[in-house]
Design a binder for this molecule. Structure first.
Ligand code: PBG
Length: 326
């Protein structure tokens, strides 16, 4: 008789469990999503995203300096303009709020923090879509690419180290890469929202950026159907072929299978976005006392890394930086 296998030997003490742990989350894995709003004089709380605010440029700069001091290596910026129009001009105006904020951040923290700029127009369009809406009411893919190229160059000029196209237009990565190169920004990287699903988990984010899609519309014409996983691989490979430096899966927890598949198939860094709805569900259940916030937060973020994400965009970044090393 062989002795019975006893995996529990490796679970006997805290030190032993630490020794054999396969996954360790580190503050440098995380990216903090931050919002900056034009025309406000003090930070505005976002009710459905407890602990997250719409910043003024000054409070944003202070937040990023504090995050830097806590060891955070990257932020991703979203702008909320004072006025919107049909084509989302604020996204590429050199004096648009995100560009103004990027310049302020770049002069305050320089290259100590990777400054990522979300590249989309939905925060800036009056209809709330991620592109230019054609006469047929659909988002016009190729007309939208021209606007994205202008936004990429404006963001790079303002000091972004990384631009992150999130609009799910076909060909967006290649178009943006060419525009950046032609403008002399060969060193500005592209983090592509490659496999981005038409998820119901973005609700609190839309509160954060004051976006309502006109006529109760949706994004199913450009974001992916959440019944599909193989389709994600096509999106990821196409983005890599077009020059993406980092590929992303979004949301995270309901898509761990997709994260795992992408990780197994490419050598590029893989990012995952732990989105607003995932964060809000955690906060709401914890506020009711139904779950232990810190324990669930660690379990969730670690699971995203275990599935294969090298980089996690999460509203929990500051919490992690402040608490996880204690
Ligand atoms: C689009 C964009 C969205 C998010 C990031 N970029 C919203 C959407 O596609 O409707 C969602 C992020 C989150 O929910 O935290 N610019």
């Amino acid at each position: 008789m062989f002795p019975v296998s006893r995996p529990r030997r490796l679970r006997t003490t805290g030190a032993m469990r630490e020794l054999v742990a396969e996954t360790r989350l580190h503050v440098s894995d995380l990216v903090a999503p931050l919002f900056v709003r034009e025309g406000i004089s003090s930070p505005q709380p976002i009710v459905s995203l407890p602990g997250v605010v719409q910043h003024t440029v000054a409070s944003l700069v202070q937040e990023v300096q504090e995050l830097r001091d806590l060891g955070v290596k990257a932020i991703i910026l979203f702008g909320v303009p004072a006025s919107k129009d049909d084509i989302g001009s604020g996204a590429f105006d050199p004096n648009g709020i995100a560009q103004v904020a990027l310049r302020a951040l770049h002069s305050a923290v320089g290259d100590d923090v990777v400054l990522m700029a979300d590249l989309c127009v939905d925060e800036y369009t009056s209809h709330g879509h991620c592109g230019i809406v054609g006469a047929d009411g659909e988002v016009d893919n190729d007309a939208t690419l021209e606007i994205y190229c202008k936004a990429a160059v404006a963001q790079a000029q303002a000091g972004a180290h990384v631009v992150a196209p999130s609009g799910m237009m076909d060909g967006q990565v290649g178009a943006i890469r060419s525009a950046l190169d032609d403008a002399g920004f060969e060193n500005v990287a592209i983090m592509a929202y490659s496999a981005k699903y038409a998820s119901a988990l973005y609700g609190p984010f839309r509160d954060a950026v004051d976006v309502q899609i006109v006529g109760g519309g949706h994004r199913k014409g450009y974001q992916q159907d959440w019944r599909n996983a193989r389709e994600s691989m096509r999106e990821v490979f196409e983005d890599i072929e077009q020059g993406a430096d980092i590929v992303m899966v979004k949301p995270a927890l309901a898509y761990l299978d997709v994260i795992g598949q992408v990780r197994a198939s490419v050598d590029h860094p893989v990012a995952a976005y732990h989105v607003s709805g995932e964060y809000s569900m955690l906060k709401a259940a914890a506020e009711k006392g139904w779950i232990d916030h810190d324990a669930v937060a660690m379990e969730h973020l670690t699971a995203i890394k275990r599935a294969g994400a090298d980089i996690i965009l999460t509203y929990l970044t500051r919490w992690f930086a402040e608490n996880a090393t204690k």
